[in-house]
Design a protein. Structure first.
Length: 205
């Protein structure tokens, strides 16, 4: 998993509330267990019409936001089913940070496990960042995880809270497997002792 330290990029405004995981990545695209290739179908029903052509009014189809790395969204983002494909699709598109007044719990936790930083802020702070995002590609936003602050294009700063353990994992690029591998020396020591004490567990017979 890639580390998340400081991100400076274009923020795309998506003020819609209750954006559920089926809107983020519709169910017909859940057949794969690969984490790549889902970005083209992110927000599929909002991005494309019935012929597969792009809807020009959708924010991520607009030239200023095609390379957005930050999403400023409405309340209760990521609600609905618990599909992990939702953060996979966001990440594959290039979104590394989602800012909203609130998130569904499972989606929120899945983001951290996949290298995305979800930031919950009071509505008034989200409104300010939404205004910044509506300025387009010339108004970049910086998200500094170490300092726990968001810096707007006009120099304004918004502080945010994050769980210390989740922060540690993102800063060091640690997913669940990475966390286990941090203990590899202890695991090896345990297995060597167990082979001596309970050799039948390791017998191929």
């Amino acid at each position: 998993m890639d580390k998340f330290t400081t991100l400076t990029g274009v923020a795309a405004p998506l003020p819609q509330i209750n954006v559920d995981t089926d809107m983020i990545i519709p169910k017909q695209f859940l057949k794969t267990i690969q984490r790549t290739g889902l970005g083209k179908n992110l927000f599929d029903e909002m991005r494309y019409d019935e012929t597969g052509a792009e809807k020009p009014d959708f924010v991520l189809n607009q030239p200023a936001y095609r390379n957005a790395e930050i999403l400023v969204a409405g309340d209760n983002f990521g609600c609905g089913s618990s599909r992990e494909h939702a953060p996979w699709a966001l990440l594959d598109f290039g979104i590394r940070c989602v800012i909203a007044p609130s998130f569904a719990d499972i989606f929120y936790n899945n983001c951290f496990k996949n290298g995305i930083l979800p930031i919950a802020l009071p509505q008034e702070d989200v409104d300010k960042l939404m205004d910044d995002a509506k300025r387009g590609a010339n108004a970049t936003v910086t998200v500094d995880l170490e300092a726990q602050e968001i810096r707007g294009p006009d120099g304004g700063v918004v502080k945010f809270d994050v769980d210390p353990f989740k922060k540690h994992c993102l800063l060091n690029g640690l997913d669940d497997i990475g966390l286990s591998m941090e203990k590899v020396d202890s695991i090896d020591t345990f297995e060597e002792k167990q082979k001596t004490a309970q050799p039948w567990l390791y017998s191929s017979a």
